[in-house]
Design a protein around this ligand. Structure first.
Ligand code: GAL
Length: 676
């Protein structure tokens, strides 16, 4: 079946897909499954992921022929394939060969065999075994005409696997430190190890920060997080290099997991063609949603969690993003696993599209009756009958035919939200009472969504030029170089509390926070405090937008203005203000509640000339090309003002310029002024 590689890896603008595990089902059913996938409107099928024991049942024994037959069938049926490398599930026999290859946790316990992700990224023998199996696969299938892409591993860092305390990781960590600090003298000086006798005589004495009775040295923790992130990237590169060598013209991607920050996703994304991710809006709500929202969005999933990750991973993929796994019904792993509302699977799919997804692929084609994850829905029930999600996928595929292909490249948003993984690590290491680093970032994102503006998520290494507003909720130790670029870009920037509060070596800046940002912000932070979450502190604006309910929560700083103008004050009169402006730069000296954040953003969006059109409370919107999309996450119908031609749904009824959007409803309006 070999043929020359396709000229381009860019797939059709939007395709639906399915994750299929043919190794679990009798071969007689394969062709029927593939035909039904095609008839449902699916064009992309992921296979091979986790199938190591079937591809290589024992050392030196390769069985690739079944996968060859699978790919041939997919090709015959006009389907395209993504091969997942099986390295997230090393087989039992490999552990006999490499008994020390397992992930070790911070209490020194090695992971047992019996699940997945039980390996250590740093283990040289395991990396070699991965290189071998990936080479076999890439050589054999790299030019197969069905293959359009490769997925490396599965969800790096998931299940607590981002940081390993194994002997291999310890050796890698020491080499990383040696390379970074060069001499022991430089290490000890930058560490500030004089306190608590934390000095070392030699790099060989340094271990990964495993269990200690009291807190670990923050810089040792941070360096270990940096090292672990680097180690995952190195591990991934072994695979991307092999795949690129043997499978020209095919996209290389990884399926990132949501709500993880154990490694720098932007850095890993630099080695990929596409950043894919796995979207489980119902599961995420149950696991991470605030109590008040769990009932409100029980059957539609959280209205902002998936969107945040779509925008994040589109940023990591430099504009290219897929949803490799999309929730098709109830999941099995959350604290509660509700059946999604009728229409929710379709709504999640179209929302991913609106945020730039090129592919949305459902996990999984059929629910498994055996083995792990039996309680996870598929597009079919275990007896092979269509599950409710199936009809929604078929409906989406039919609607896809009516949609004008969106013109690439994906729209660049006027507003960018800066996400910095190092800052998330620093805030996790030293929360000082405010335990919600990731949530703080999400709060800013959610507030921007409430205003109805589109957001790009960028890293500190991105190009800042051309944005009308950059929002940096959590940027603890900006590099001087990035600050220089920011100044040159002349973009207005909103900084959240604690920005600039540490140096790259996790020290309080010599001239106090905001350290490297002080010349921009023209203020200094003299004292800080964290507050109990139930003790909000009222904040009032000195002019303009007065908002009684605006308050600081969890964290506030006592600030001295050094040229900056105070725009809002704490009700107890402490410090010179709660919000400061200096030319293009605004500094929020506290963690804001929603009312305060809304008021601050309203003011900044207005100043930046960004037209914000807040949708009704449970509705979210997003523009892709010339199409504006609306999604109703609420449990009641919502009224949307329609300004253009309705593309989806075909049955939309417009009365007096308004359309009623049912719960879990989708509305796509082609903007007359812009065209698609
Ligand atoms: C993902 C994972 C899949 C499957 C799925 C269940 O995190 O990549 O293999 O476990 O969750 O929701």
């Amino acid at each position: 079946m070999d043929s020359p590689p396709p000229k381009t890896v860019t797939p059709a603008p939007f395709m639906l897909g399915a994750c299929w595990y043919p190794e679990q089902w009798p071969e007689e059913s394969w062709r029927r499954d593939a035909g039904r996938m095609r008839d449902t409107g699916i064009s992309v099928v992921r296979v091979g992921e986790f199938a190591w024991s079937r591809l290589q049942p024992a050392r030196g024994e390769l069985r690739l022929h079944w996968l060859q037959r699978v790919l041939d069938i997919l090709h015959d049926c006009g389907l395209r394939a993504v091969i997942g490398t099986p390295t997230a599930a090393p087989p039992r026999w490999l552990l006999d060969d490499l008994p020390d290859m397992c992930l070790v946790d911070g209490e020194g316990r090695p992971a047992a065999f019996g699940s997945r992700r039980h390996y250590c990224h740093a283990h040289p023998g395991y990396r070699k075994a991965c290189a071998q199996i990936v080479t076999h696969l890439a050589k054999k299938f790299g030019r197969h005409p069905a293959v359009i892409a490769w997925q490396t591993d599965n969800e790096y860092g998931h299940h607590g696997s981002a940081r390993s305390f194994s002997a291999a990781a310890a050796a890698g960590f020491r080499a990383f430190l040696r390379d970074k600090y060069r001499t022991m003298e430089s290490f000890n000086r930058r560490y500030g190890g004089a306190f608590w006798s934390l000095e070392y005589n030699d790099f060989s004495q340094i271990n990964p920060p495993a269990f200690t009775p009291a807190g670990h040295h923050p810089l040792l923790l941070l360096d270990f997080y940096r090292y672990s992130s680097h180690s995952i990237r190195e591990f991934n590169r072994v695979q991307t290099e092999i795949i690129r060598r043997h499978s020209p013209g095919r996209a290389v991607l990884h399926n990132f997991a949501g709500f993880l920050s154990g490694f720098d996703h932007f850095a890993l994304g630099e080695d990929l063609d596409v950043a894919a991710w796995d979207s489980y809006p119902g599961g995420f709500l149950a696991r991470h949603g605030p109590a008040g929202e769990q009932l409100r969005y029980l059957r539609t999933g959280h209205p902002d969690y998936a969107a945040f990750h779509h925008d994040l991973f589109r940023g990591c993929g430099r504009g290219r993003m897929w949803v490799m796994e999309q929730q098709p019904g109830p999941v099995n792993w959350a604290p509660f696993n509700a059946i999604p509302a009728a229409g929710a699977v379709r709504m999640w799919t179209w929302e991913a599209h609106a945020h730039g997804a090129e592919v949305v692929s459902y996990f999984r084609w059929r629910q498994t009756p055996t083995g792990p994850e039996q309680m996870h829905a598929g597009l079919h029930t275990p007896d092979d009958k269509p599950a409710p999600g199936h009809a929604e996928v078929a409906q989406t595929a039919a609607e896809l035919q009516n949609l004008p292909p969106p013109a690439p490249p994906f729209n660049r948003a006027a507003v960018a939200l800066l996400v910095d993984y190092e800052s998330i690590w620093m805030a996790d290491i030293q929360p000082h009472g405010d335990r919600a680093a990731f949530t703080a970032v999400l709060d800013f994102y959610r507030a921007l969504r409430r205003h109805g503006v589109d957001v790009d998520i960028i890293s500190p290494r991105d190009d800042f030029t051309g944005r009308k507003l950059i929002v940096a909720p959590l940027w603890w130790a900006p590099a001087a170089e990035a600050v220089g670029r920011l100044q040159k870009s002349a973009c207005p920037v909103l900084f959240g509390p604690r920005c600039g509060s540490r140096t790259e070596d996790f020290a309080i800046p010599g001239d106090l926070p905001p350290g490297v940002l002080r010349p921009l912000l023209k203020l200094s932070v003299r004292r800080v405090e964290s507050l109990p979450p139930h003790a909000p502190l009222a904040v009032t604006f000195t002019a303009g937008a007065k908002k009684q309910s605006a308050a600081a929560i969890c964290w506030r700083e006592i600030v001295r203005a050094e040229g900056a103008q105070a725009i809002a004050k704490y009700s107890d009169g402490e410090g010179e203000g709660a919000l400061f402006a200096s030319e293009n730069f605004t500094y929020l000296a506290c963690r804001p509640n929603d009312a305060l954040l809304d008021a601050v953003l309203r003011r900044l969006l207005k100043q930046a000339g960004i037209c914000s059109a807040p949708p009704p409370p449970d509705v979210r919107c997003r523009r892709r090309g010339g199409v504006r999309w609306f999604f109703n996450y609420g449990s009641r119908p919502a009224r949307i003002k329609v300004e253009g031609e309705v593309m989806i749904p075909a049955s939309a009824k417009i009365r007096n310029g308004n359309c009623t959007l049912p719960p879990a409803g989708v509305l796509a309006v082609l903007d007359k002024a812009e065209g698609a």
